[in-house]
Design a protein. Structure first.
Length: 410
């Protein structure tokens, strides 16, 4: 039986991936709710969908099986008992552990077929949809004018973050902000109940049931035994040490974790917004994360007799050359390092490349300076339209969760 998860690099030929086509949850963003929902702008849905469809088509044309998150979730929830348990948990995590509102939401959502139910939860549930004349005191007292009982999940088209494949297992992530925390519940149920995964008892290196935070945009699988994880706005040092310990203790094949500290801000929220692997010896990097001497704080974690050993380093290029056993390394600067082009294109995810094979990447077409530099460094670049998708602050890597990549030749 073919493994349901096999990701032992960032660059092996991409065989299977999970995407989420933007839906009506995008149209449930308003100017007033943008901060709450972690958006800086409101994408125009019809164009965002066309752009996303083009992204999916490029992947398919290059031999990638494309699976959709809502389809997988619906298939995992076909069993009535599983579906009721999921609903109870989703409603509780939306703020209604018990009471008349919780009961009404359970009854209302139980009336939908699985796919319609999943999509409706993703879109958000308005107060006006429920046949309740009065709600619990909690709803009335907090904000009677707020239209939603269950918030929409517009960030779901960034499937990279709620869970991340590592080797033959994955992390199901405790996300940082309330707006995104429910997202990983879908993957928890998919792994446990979808026939594609449940029959293989996929290993979960770290569950979502933690207090410390980690997100998939910070998790980079450099090869079959080395990870790089960003210490960032969205991932804490404590979570990195925790998942490293789990990997080291559970015969994962991973014996090295490089923790890389990046600026803690919205523009550089994850490691993959400033640093991605595109070939055996090539990486994109936003120059703003490095000093003029090319330095950045990083720590190498290894298993040790008394737990985990930690070594501090500053020279990122040397760290990567050492752990990857390379004579040299090509760090390709976003926007060619230009003081205007680099931050401008990084804002629109010029560093957020998705490798679909060694030396072959998918990027946003709007980052034309970065794309030209990638080509000059010998990479094959597939550009996708990006006027609307980019408004969510995430690029092609953010919008994809690889499940299977071909192993690299030794």
């Amino acid at each position: 039986m073919t493994a349901s998860i096999n990701v032992k690099s960032e660059i092996g030929k991409l065989t299977t991936v999970i995407l989420k086509r933007p839906g009506k949850e995008i149209e449930n963003i308003t100017p007033a709710t943008m901060p709450r929902l972690l958006f800086d702008d409101i994408p125009y849905l019809p164009i965002a969908q066309k752009e996303h469809d083009q992204f999916a088509e490029i992947l398919k044309q290059n031999g990638t099986e494309v699976l959709y998150l809502d389809d997988l979730a619906a298939e995992a929830l076909k069993d009535t008992n599983v579906r009721q348990k999921f609903l109870q948990q989703m409603i509780a995590e939306s703020g209604f552990k018990q009471g008349k509102t919780a009961d009404a939401l359970q009854d209302y959502l139980s009336g939908f077929a699985p796919l319609a139910m999943v999509q409706h939860i993703m879109e958000g549930i308005r107060k006006e949809e429920l046949p309740l004349k009065t709600f619990d005191l909690k709803n009335i007292s907090e904000n009677n004018d707020y239209p939603f009982l269950m918030d929409p999940m517009p960030n779901l088209y960034f499937t990279r973050d709620p869970a991340a494949s590592i080797g033959d297992g994955l992390s199901i992530n405790r996300m940082t902000f309330t707006a995104r925390r429910r997202e990983s519940l879908f993957m928890e149920y998919i792994i446990a109940h979808h026939q594609r995964f449940a029959s293989q008892r996929v290993r979960v290196w770290r569950t979502r049931n933690h207090h410390t935070r980690i997100e998939g945009g910070d998790e980079l699988v450099l090869n079959d035994h080395i990870l790089a994880i960003g210490v960032s706005q969205r991932t804490s040092a404590e979570a990195i040490q925790d998942i490293a310990g789990s990997l080291f203790e559970n015969a994962s094949g991973y014996d090295t974790v490089i923790a890389i500290k990046i600026p803690n801000n919205h523009a550089m929220m994850h490691l993959d917004t400033v640093f991605t692997m595109v070939n055996y010896d090539q990486f994109t990097v936003h120059p703003a994360i490095l000093t003029k001497q090319g330095q950045i704080d990083s720590w190498i974690l290894h298993p040790a007799k008394d737990g985990i050993s930690i070594e501090h380093h500053r020279d990122l290029k040397q760290v990567l050359k050492t752990v990857l056993d390379l004579d040299d390394l090509d760090l390709i600067p976003t926007g060619n390092g230009d003081p205007i082009a680099a931050p401008r294109e990084q804002w629109n995810d010029g560093s957020n490349t998705l490798a679909i094979a060694p030396g072959e990447v998918v990027t946003y077409n709007r980052n034309y300076v970065s794309n030209e530099i990638l080509r000059k460094h010998g990479l094959k670049v597939h550009e996708i339209l990006s006027s609307e998708l980019s408004r969510g602050r995430g690029g092609p890597r953010c919008m994809s969760m690889p499940l299977i990549r071909e192993d690299l030749k030794k």
